[in-house]
Write a new protein. Structure first.
Length: 181
């Protein structure tokens, strides 16, 4: 059964700018995207530093590495989880396998967008901060087959995403895997 939908006070952020996969082998996944789709360069952030992390309402710890690349208007995110902790990633993709996980959207009105999903009966699977940017994974798996990640629109994350998009714009295939910072 679908949750009841409510109307947000302002238009809901729905320009999904990212598609993400949880992968078992990050290096192989990046190489596959590069070879198959000419997507790159990938920017890798090892052991992503997150604060105030909560999983299903409880304090949590998570060790993961991500790789980001731009493919036209869509950012591709590849995630590998290093620890065995329960997580939003393991909710959909079991250890040792790879699969599609979420779509992400930048929210100018993060709190209103989050309230929209909560008001519609969806749960927050994971929330926290990356630097000064808040994020939340909304558990929409039962109705969409994937989660939705809300990212607070902050200059730091927007600048980082712009750098990734700019690097991809005229990418000639050189230096396909780079550190994020």
């Amino acid at each position: 059964m679908l949750p009841a939908m409510t109307s947000p006070a302002a238009p809901l952020a729905r320009d999904f700018m990212q598609q993400a996969w949880v992968v078992d082998d990050l290096e192989s996944a990046m190489r596959a995207w590069i070879a198959t789709c000419s997507v790159g360069p990938f920017f890798v952030l090892e052991h992503v530093p997150m604060t105030d992390l909560r999983y299903r309402g409880r304090p949590a710890e998570l060790d993961c590495t991500i790789a980001l690349a731009q493919a036209g208007r869509t950012q591709i995110e590849l995630i590998v989880q290093h620890c065995d902790n329960a997580s939003v990633y393991r909710d959909l993709v079991p250890k040792g396998s790879s699969g599609f996980h979420h779509m992400a959207v930048i929210c100018d009105r993060y709190d209103l967008d989050l309230q929209h999903y909560l008001g519609a009966g969806f749960a927050i699977a994971t929330s926290g901060s990356f630097g000064d940017t808040r994020f939340a994974y909304v558990d929409t798996c039962a109705v969409l087959g994937c989660a939705i990640e809300l990212l607070e629109a902050r200059e730091s994350i927007l600048d980082h995403f712009r750098m990734i998009a700019d690097a991809a714009a005229d990418w000639d295939g050189s230096d396909p895997i780079r550190p994020a910072f």
